[in-house]
Design a protein around this ligand. Structure first.
Ligand code: SF4
Ligand code: SF4
Length: 254
């Protein structure tokens, strides 16, 4: 087996198109819900990669997603799947196990599902995933959990999408970042359905419902925003677009 340094893996991820890359110690998220159950049992690390979303498109979003946002969202997912596919193959060639986790299973399901005129759906298959990418990204030091439950990076805010490769390669893990949301309430005030409760917390959020009215958010995305002509995806972009960390470098108050 050939040992590879974390920096080399991150360099390859950047060469293949990633803007952000980090390594998570899976002990930090051991016990998290996966599909299939026990997916992480064999693995010790995850490489989390991020692809930046187009800033000018995000700046056009006011209170609902626009078709251009659906486009950049879709292409970012494709790029992420390509990067994680390459990364997993690269690791396997060096004698370790590695599995790429899909960037967006919800997007694939959404394309096959007509939600027009519906007032509810069978939510569990739509909102569960192989491995929650946000928890991996946070453990890999890509950012902190914002009040919106998006991962917020100090350089590009929440304006990126992320995906991961789980692996047995003994890479040196990165350290999770502390929250820098502070007193900011931009996403709380901007949410079109007042789903973000504005709770201040450190590290991993307490029960999701304490931070976000998740049913209200998901119903808005799947039953309303997905049906905006030209969108077709359960996406929003509002809490992502307003975060001060994505608009400029520096603190929200600075
Ligand atoms: S994604 Fe949209 S609806 Fe959901 S919390 Fe963010 S702003 Fe609100
Ligand atoms: S908008 Fe403000 S509160 Fe919301 S995630 Fe960004 S920094 Fe945190």
């Amino acid at each position: 087996m050939q040992t590879i340094q974390s920096d080399e893996i991150k360099r390859h991820a950047r060469e293949w198109g990633a803007d952000l890359a980090g390594v998570a110690d899976l002990e930090l998220i051991r016990g998290i819900r996966t599909r299939p159950e026990g997916l992480l049992d064999h693995f010790t690390r995850a490489v989390s990669v991020g692809v930046r979303l187009n800033g000018p498109v995000l700046d056009m979003i006011t209170d609902a997603p626009i078709p251009l946002y659906a486009h950049v969202h879709r292409v970012a997912n494709q790029l992420l799947d390509s990067i994680t596919f390459h990364l997993a193959a690269f690791i396997i060639e060096r004698g370790y196990d590695a599995v790429p986790v899909p960037a967006s299973e919800a997007a694939v399901l959404a394309e096959k599902l007509d939600t027009k005129g519906k007032d509810s759906l069978d939510w569990d298959p739509l909102t569960s995933s192989t491995l929650p990418s946000k928890a991996v990204a946070r453990a890999a030091g890509l950012g902190w959990f914002g009040k919106s439950l998006l991962i917020v990076n100090p350089a590009i805010g929440p304006r990126f999408r992320h995906a991961s490769v789980i692996t047995t390669m003994p890479l040196t893990p990165d350290t999770p970042l502390k929250s820098r949301c502070g007193a900011c309430m931009e996403c709380v005030n901007a949410c079109p359905v007042q789903a973000i409760r504005g709770l201040t917390f450190e590290g991993v959020p307490p029960a999701r419902e304490e931070v976000l009215d998740f049913p209200r958010c998901r119903e808005t995305l799947w039953l309303t925003f997905k049906n905006i002509p030209g969108v077709g995806y359960p996406i929003c972009g509002v809490c992502m677009s307003v975060c001060p960390w994505g608009k400029r470098k520096g603190s929200p108050g600075g």
